[in-house]
Design a protein around this ligand. Structure first.
Ligand SMILES: [Zn+2]
Length: 422
């Protein structure tokens, strides 16, 4: 397959200004990129006239939960039978592709094999979706975020509770045996967890170290849920690779993150906080007010910390914890707007975070995230200028096509889904 995308306005993901040009795709890779005025041998190629539209790399979602299927409660995920849950996870993958994300780093799966089987089915071309790095469920401690069990019921939520380094190691090894790319550890609590709130670290040093050792021994990665400053520090010191949230990182934690900036990634997963706050407007119940106050504290802390991270050059991933009732799958491109609005990113900076930095987080910096010869043909042809207004990426009707691995998809009218062109 040879395809020439002619007469495009190419933004290549490096941060350089866009230029009029053309791109030759051969099979699943970019074969050549040239300014419009230069000749390019495209003999035998099918030709598309891009009509001056904006051509950019496919985006990378840095904190996906494809198996979090927009339920209001975490325990509803535990109640879903695996067969239903698998189909719903596939559906979320198709929505994410339809939102312009051609790759995704999972932030956790709701059951051990959900990300793994969907990743493999996408890779084989059996189902459509973004290239996925699969995660384990959230390994948490008893009473931590994701421990949805009730004493009188055999219930489960999105987390797996494990206590002590031996249990953490055993569960991590089990998830790794089942094929996950990433082990997820919930080091801090969260806004809605009574026994472990955001400002405490409930997973101990020994537990974190055990999880990291299990994954790193076989070359896989660890991601952490870390809102409390002490949790961020624990994650960095024990070698965690992706540190999510970091809301309450203090000066010392920021210094540690900066010192490790060539090794680690962070990701605020900010839209969950913003969208939950928006969805709670008018909720004047006592419980609602308590939750809103906690979310506001997270919101304010996250804004402060991420402005600082941007200045320090710490790699921040676009990715917003989509998959909750208040923050449903498919709305993922809103993250870009939030980075510009709240963290002081320029449109070019957030687009680079969503493309080039995303490719690094996919562990394929030489293949994903740039429009460059040799890279995978993951491309978005956009009717609009995201450098002037990143919000255009939230409207999937703006995608003339979404290309992943050289295959073109177009939005299905009035739905968040896409269909293959050939
Ligand atoms: Zn998450």
């Amino acid at each position: 397959m040879r395809l020439l995308i002619d007469n495009a306005r190419i933004w290549d993901g490096s941060g350089a200004a866009p230029f009029p040009g053309k791109v030759l795709v051969e099979d699943n890779r970019i074969a050549a990129v040239a300014p419009q005025a230069e000749a390019l041998d495209a003999s035998g190629a099918e030709k598309i006239d891009a009509g001056g539209k904006f051509l950019m790399p496919g985006m990378v979602e840095g904190h996906a939960h494809l198996s979090f299927v927009d339920t209001p409660r975490g325990t509803a995920l535990g109640e879903l039978p695996p067969e239903d849950h698998t189909l719903m996870t596939m559906d979320a993958g198709r929505k994410l592709l339809g939102a312009g994300f051609t790759s995704a780093v999972s932030g956790a799966a709701a059951k051990i094999r959900l990300d793994v089987v969907v990743r493999d089915a996408i890779e084989k071309g059996v189902v459509d979706g973004p290239r996925l790095l699969a995660a384990s469920p959230e390994l948490t401690v008893t009473g931590g975020l994701g421990d949805g069990r009730q004493l009188h019921l055999d219930s489960q939520s999105f987390g797996v509770a494990v206590d002590g380094p031996d249990e953490v190691r055993k569960m991590a090894r089990l998830c790794l045996r089942e094929g996950v790319d990433t082990i997820k550890l919930n080091i801090s609590g969260d806004v809605g967890t009574e026994s472990a709130l955001s400002d405490v670290a409930v997973m101990t040093d020994a537990e974190v170290a055990a999880g990291v050792e299990a994954a790193h021994t076989i070359g896989r990665r660890v991601a952490a849920h870390a809102r409390a400053s002490v949790a961020v520090k624990r994650a960095v010191r024990h070698g965690v690779d992706i540190i999510y949230h970091c809301d309450f990182a203090d000066e010392e934690a920021l210094d540690l993150l900066e010192d490790a900036k060539d090794r680690i990634f962070t990701g605020p997963a900010f839209s969950l906080v913003v969208n939950r706050l928006e969805s709670m407007r008018g909720d004047n119940t006592p419980a609602g007010r308590v939750l809103a106050d906690r979310l506001k504290a997270s919101y304010e802390a996250s804004c402060r910390v991420h402005v600082e991270m941007r200045k320090r050059g710490i790699r921040v991933l676009v990715g917003g914890d989509y998959g909750f009732a208040a923050n449903p799958q498919g709305g993922n491109a809103r993250d870009l707007e939030l980075f510009v609005q709240h963290f002081g990113f320029s449109p070019s900076e957030v687009l680079q975070a969503a493309t080039r930095t995303g490719g690094e987080a996919m562990r394929r910096p030489d293949e994903i995230g740039l429009v460059k010869p040799g890279y995978l043909a993951d491309l978005l042809l956009v009717d609009g200028d995201p450098l002037a207004d990143v919000r255009v990426l939230q409207d999937n009707k703006r995608f003339a096509f979404i290309m992943k691995d050289g295959v073109r998809y177009v939005p299905c009218e009035g739905t968040p889904h896409v269909r293959r062109l050939h």
